[in-house]
Every structure is written in structure tokens, then in C-alpha cells.
Design a protein. Structure first.
Length: 100
């Protein structure tokens, strides 16, 4: 679960610049896609930099267009890795949230 509380939340509701470390061990093209699990959102964006080479650490910036749960899949040749993460605004878990 991601609860951004460091200024990466943008006025349009998107969460920008969440870094994820990928470690490809084969010299192939890394692609990443996201599939929303809860409601229909704009697509997840992945910024995969070129300057790190094709093998080893690849810090990828994921941009979530809004809060919600996303199934993220990275593809490298015939291999793939899938995980689920949920993004919530910080006030959801704040002790300062007023009771209703």
C-alpha cells in the first residue's frame, strides 16, 4: 500500500514519481503496464529511463493518475512479474481524521 505524504500528490489527484526498482538480468526491453482493480481510471504511466543499460538496476518512475488499487505487470522477454498495490491519500490513515 502506498500513502504518499511527501508532496508527490498533484492538484489533479495523480501521484507522480513513485520510484520502483526493477533488476532485469537479461539484455531485453523492459515494459510495464497497469490494470486498475477497483474502478476505471486513466492508464498507469511508467517512465523507464534508458541511461542505466539493459541489465541491472532500473529505477522506474510510476505515475498513478488517482487513488485506487492497481495490478502492475513488468515484462522482460518471455518473463513477467505481477504485483498489486493500492494508493490512498494520506488523510485516510491520519489520526487527525475527524470521526463521523
Amino acid at each position: 500500500m502506498i500513502v504518499p505524504d511527501d508532496g508527490r500528490g498533484l492538484a489533479d489527484g495523480s501521484i507522480n514519481g513513485m520510484k520502483w526498482k526493477w533488476w532485469p538480468f537479461e539484455p531485453r526491453t523492459l515494459t510495464i503496464e497497469g490494470h486498475w482493480l477497483d474502478i476505471d481510471h486513466a492508464p498507469l504511466l511508467a517512465n523507464i529511463p534508458d541511461g542505466y543499460g539493459s541489465v541491472g538496476l532500473r529505477p522506474v518512475s510510476l505515475i498513478f493518475p488517482s487513488e485506487g488499487c492497481t495490478e502492475i505487470t513488468g515484462h522482460l522477454g518471455d518473463h513477467s512479474l505481477t504485483f498489486v498495490t493500492c494508493v490512498f491519500p494520506p488523510f485516510v490513515y491520519s489520526e487527525a481524521t475527524p470521526e463521523v
